[in-house]
Design a protein around this ligand. Structure first.
Ligand code: SF4
Ligand code: SF4
Ligand code: SF4
Length: 334
């Protein structure tokens, strides 16, 4: 049996076999829009010729696909062209941030996340040698250690080096809404910010506002996550452990789809008073109760579980936790 156009679109974003993704496409793309998407990439003029339709009609449809997050602008030629969303992440993030996305559409995404995404994530883990994303520590936690902090290790340096910054809602929390953590916290840098502002899927923020958002996320206990690359012009996510598409799979299933930071927590067992705050703050179950040399109950870090997020150290009332450099600079891929 031949595949429907929505199944063919699903193949294009490498989710062949999904039952839900064709439904997602069908819910927000008409048959005409689907045919146009399958004809991408191209400029509206090229696409109008290819499909034998009036330029004005195709130009308006391309703009609508861009607005919905189904197509992206391409600046390779002098005239703006359009290309289809490249993969599941682009499809997910861009269409969930479509302002007019119906609630049933968002709910269907959540169904995909619960029923199909874990198996696709397992496949991606086998296919790609290094995870796409990486934890970055809370700024204060690495500043305190007096060690080498590279630009891609530092949320503050990423923001300070940016030409332009925007903020969007956290797409995972928009669809899952399992917690009451803040929504408008996904920071987009440079080209990602320009795209966000042009499309209206978020808003421009000053660097001061971006830093304020980061401090609030740290206080609330959200983990900073960025792209796993040395260049810093992309995004800073601020993730919770119940709505996030990646962290629960990393923590509960041990999937290698997010790298730790280059740092690791250490607890001074003489200073620790076993208040338990760090135990509650650690998403990664990397802190356990133990005894110090005086047979007093204290906390210690399970090194192999620690992702170096620094959330534990910023709220320790005794300043007993420090972050130390654990992985060399070349741990972060070029
Ligand atoms: S990866 Fe994290 S911050 Fe980004 S959208 Fe998902 S939960 Fe939100
Ligand atoms: S927060 Fe600090 S004092 Fe409290 S248990 Fe953890 S290390 Fe010990
Ligand atoms: S112990 Fe937990 S909270 Fe502390 S840095 Fe490691 S992973 Fe983060």
């Amino acid at each position: 049996m031949s595949k429907s156009i929505y199944e063919q679109m699903t193949d294009k974003i490498m989710l062949t076999g999904s039952k839900i993704v064709p439904e997602l496409f069908e819910m927000i793309a008409s048959q005409d829009e689907a045919e146009l998407m399958m004809a991408l990439p191209g400029t509206p003029k090229q696409l109008a010729e290819k499909l034998g339709k009036p330029f004005e009609e195709i130009d308006a449809m391309c703009r609508e696909l861009y607005h919905k997050g189904l197509a992206f602008k391409s600046f390779k030629s002098e005239t703006v062209g359009y290309k289809m969303c490249r993969d599941m992440i682009q499809f997910h993030d861009a269409t969930i941030l479509w302002q007019e996305a119906p609630r049933e559409y968002l709910d269907l995404w959540q169904k995909f996340m619960e029923e199909e995404w874990p198996d696709f994530a397992r496949l991606a883990e086998q296919f790609f040698p290094k995870p796409f994303t990486r934890v970055i520590p809370v700024q204060e936690s690495v500043d305190a250690g007096g060690q080498q902090v590279l630009e891609p290790d530092s949320v503050n340096k990423i923001i300070e080096a940016a030409d332009i910054v925007a903020v969007t809602k956290c797409t995972c929390r928009v669809i899952a809404h399992k917690c009451d953590m803040p929504l408008e916290v996904c920071l987009q840098v440079n080209n990602a910010a320009r795209y966000t502002i042009d499309r209206g899927s978020g808003r421009e923020v000053t660097k001061e506002e971006a830093l304020k958002i980061l401090r609030e996320c740290e206080e609330k206990g959200l983990v900073h996550v960025t792209m796993n690359k040395t260049h810093v012009g992309h995004f800073i996510c601020n993730c919770c452990d119940d709505c996030c598409q990646a962290l629960p799979l990393v923590i509960s299933d041990g999937l290698n789809i997010c790298d730790p930071s280059r740092f690791q927590a250490e607890i001074d067992s003489d200073a620790c008073v076993a208040c338990g705050t760090c135990l509650e703050r650690c998403y990664f179950k990397a802190i356990e109760e133990t005894e110090n040399s005086n047979n007093e109950t204290v906390m210690s870090v399970i090194a192999e579980k620690c992702f170096g997020c620094g959330l534990c150290s910023v709220t320790c009332p005794e300043n007993a936790i420090s972050l130390v450099e654990e992985r060399a600079a070349d741990f972060i891929p070029e």
